[in-house]
Design a protein around this ligand. Sequence first.
Ligand code: ADP
Length: 542
Amino acid sequence: MRGLMQDWPLLCHRIIEHAARYHGTQEVVTRSVEGPIVRTTYAEIHKRALKVSQMLQRDGIKLGDRVATIAWNTARHLECWYGIMGIGAICHTVNPRLFPEQIAWIINHAEDRVVMTDITFVPLLEKIAGQLPSVERYVVLTDKAHMPQTTLKNAVAYEEWLAQADGKFEWQDFDENTAAAMCYTSGTTGDPKGVLYSHRSNVIHSFMANSKDALGTSSSDVMLPVVPLFHANSWGIAFSAPAMGTKLVMPGMKLDGASVYELLETEKVTHTAGVPTVWLMLLNHMAAGNLKLPHLEFVVCGGSAMPRSMIKAFVDMGVTVRHAWGMTEMSPLGTLAALKPPFSDLKGDAQLDVLQTQGFPPYGVQMKITDDAGKELPWDGKTFGRLKVAGPAVAKAYFKVDTKILDDEGYFDTGDVATIDPHGYMRITDRSKDVIKSGGEWISSIDLENLAVGHPAVAEAAVIGVFHPKWDERPLLIVQLKQGQSATREDILKFMDGKIAKWWMPDDVVFVEGIPHTATGKILKTALRDQFKAYRFPNAAA
Ligand code: ADP
């Protein structure tokens, strides 16, 4: 027997319609790419998104066509998103921090027909435009006055283009499993891979994101997503915030400590989300000027492991810290470290121990850990295994790739190595390719990095496994010191000693000027392994 409830497809554009109807006057504030702070509302964004749909349709864009955006977090970018998805076209967010050749590869692979971009990226696109045969037109997200001279094909200023539409347009219903958006993983190994979200998966993900143990904002909160729209849907915030009628503050291109602080302060932001690097810049800026953020209540941090010292800095400010783990293939939320019983009342170090885990999943994500043969491992908080996930917002295949990516039970291998404790809290111990295999045992590079950055002179730390004649691999700690600070190899090892098992201690410490990062801000271990290819431990004996 079938249920007797309405067949109401879960479609992304219904979210902005809801925001416009019930929270129409709620503000969306942007630090515009042109400079000034600009203010709009959900009602206005909805109206203009309909015009985007109308214009795309006039330009021949149909259901299933890909439209790229290469843009910062702004209200215009949000309008484009909903306008593209509303006609069943696919919003392909391109990460501008990738190498130009990777951007060209991705646009060609996706066969994008239109590229919508900020003035900032016009020079970059001009360099690769000759290699982009599928692109028929470039829409530059600015007005006539700021439109640069450009050689880009059929280039038009967004405001002029939009002004041609009368806005008499309605979005139609279609199958909720229709593709809505795509995002390529940064591909630190091999070619980038296209993750293709559906309307249904994005809407379900927005419900998950909006649960209280996840991002959980309300119509009285103010959210500033520092995490870009091109980084896995800004962790779903582009959907979850309008779904709740949460005021949005969009930071545009300025993500440095001073600029983010200024917006947090002047817009009375209560909730914000970003990667650790962003919070490091903010905290440094605040410490230097002895600044406070009395309105800030909640900071989400993910993308890479949040250092304990950073968690403590926010806790000491009275801010709720939500350490999150996820990935592009998961839309992207996987787990978040909320404090639940029996941990709710913990204080001090015991509380930090729980906040530093990657947390437990919202309803809609299932996890398991297995050994290399696929056998499930116990949830004892100690045994590490390959972390695998399943759920309605988890990828089942990559775009135009035939390879099977799910195991026989339908779980996707995240490439992470993790423990899970009896309460369901997951802790990432490594990427499966970064874990250090010493004498048959595994050492977590992330644990060592987190510990090392707790040293007051250390700005950033990376650990890689280096060949050892007796143990196969041993950890090498690579350190970048804070400007103007000094520390020796011995200082750092002494600081770590006693805080981890003896056999986990790095065999050596080397100091570097800078640690390389991927386009999404993660430490680029492949480059470090290359750089230290010839390195040998001083006292390595078989
Ligand atoms: P990429 O395109 O670089 O793979 P993703 O954002 O999809 O970008 O990266 C997902 C990976 O980032 C995860 O598989 C995990 O290794 C790492 N990651 C994300 N959040 C965390 C976290 N809180 N702690 C540790 N690692 C994390």
